[in-house]
Design a protein around this ligand. Structure first.
Ligand SMILES: O=P(O)(O)OC[C@H]1O[C@](O)(COP(=O)(O)O)[C@@H](O)[C@@H]1O
Ligand SMILES: [Mn+2]
Length: 321
């Protein structure tokens, strides 16, 4: 099998865009139809078909779950034609199933690819996350700081008041205390109902999105995908796995994790070069969603490579029946 040195990300990245594109387009008839499962299934099927056309010897590292609970794109599944470089794949065919079912903003089809062995095998548990965009010294905010310390430290680094900071947070009962503490600093909070991959990515383009920092817990798999995105866009992300019970600790052990308290940096989660593609399903601040007009469907993909920091936006318009 060709090794990491053969990871030709220039050409592979173009193929990757077709994969997220196919997943997003497959959701088209299911946007706003109230059926999360059907939307997710459509995205998974389309992503898998397209992924298997790529000349890679891929292994799904971040996928739809373990083999027994996910019929397709399960963790460990081999994908691609097998006739190319050995690669790790992280994917979330529909990141924001509920957002899609309700036609709310920021649902994405997401995939990232790196050389074999370069991505954290994150179990399907929660991860406490903290992210900021590019241009700050390492450690200006850390997971060990309290939420208010993070806001103050970031404001000092930006040379602004805490009132000028906006933090993005998933609206969940588990975040109530954190939200109250952030509010006590005078910072603004952009509450999102779902979709923390987009939430984290928003910190990398603060002028466009108005978001300076992301914090709170969400899926660990989404943490690795967000780390892949920030590796391309610039920015810092920290993640610490959190466990609610022994079953979840067992999942982590099975994934090869022994230190349960470890704080993972962006480059711990994604250790090598990575390429990242996300196609908008519903309209978002970073990428527009699928558009339908009679006879046509249009999809927009953001495609990025960490090696060069290049960002491509690809608009695809295709006739449909
Ligand atoms: O809804 P929970 O259990 O708080 O989990 C949060 C996770 O779910 C999401 O909001 C949506 O993920 P899916 O649409 O892939 O299920 C993620 O962005 C986030 O990491
Ligand atoms: Mn998701």
């Amino acid at each position: 099998m060709p090794q990491a040195a053969d990871f030709n990300d220039r050409m592979l990245s173009l193929g990757l865009a077709r994969v997220s594109e196919a997943a997003a387009i497959a959701c088209t008839p299911l946007i706003g139809r109230g059926d999360e499962k059907a939307a997710d299934q459509a995205a998974v099927d389309a992503m898998r078909t397209q992924l298997n056309r790529l000349d890679i010897a891929g292994v799904v590292v971040i996928g739809e779950g373990e083999r027994d609970e996910a019929p397709m794109l399960f963790i460990g599944e081999e994908v691609g034609t097998g006739k190319g470089p050995g690669v790790d794949i992280a994917l979330d065919p529909l990141e924001g199933t509920t957002l899609t079912a309700k036609d709310m903003p920021n649902a994405l089809a997401v995939i990232a690819m790196g050389p074999r062995g370069s991505m954290l095998h994150a179990p399907d548990v929660y991860m406490d996350k903290l992210a900021i965009g590019p241009g700050f010294r390492p450690g200006v905010v850390t997971l060990d700081m309290s939420p208010s310390e993070r806001v103050s430290s970031l404001a000092a680094a930006k040379g602004c008041s805490t009132n000028d900071i906006t933090v993005c947070v998933l609206e969940r009962p588990r975040h109530e205390e954190m939200i109250a503490e952030i509010r006590s600093t005078g910072a603004a909070i952009r509450l999102i109902t779902d979709g923390d991959v987009a939430g984290v990515m928003h910190t990398a383009e603060p002028i466009k999105t108005g978001i300076d920092m992301y914090m709170g817990s969400g899926g660990a798999p989404e943490g690795v995908l967000a780390a892949a995105a920030l590796k391309c866009m610039g920015g810092q992300i920290f993640g610490r796995l959190t466990f609610r019970n022994d079953d979840e600790r067992g999942r982590a052990k099975k994934a090869g994790i022994s230190n349960f308290d470890r704080v993972y940096t962006r480059d711990d989660m994604v250790t090598g070069d990575v390429i990242f593609a996300a196609t908008g399903v519903t309209d978002g601040s970073l990428v527009p969603g699928i558009k339908r007009e009679v006879g046509f469907v249009t999809a927009e993909t953001i495609l990025m490579r960490s090696k060069t920091g290049s960002v491509r936006r690809m608009v695809y318009r295709n006739p449909v029946d």
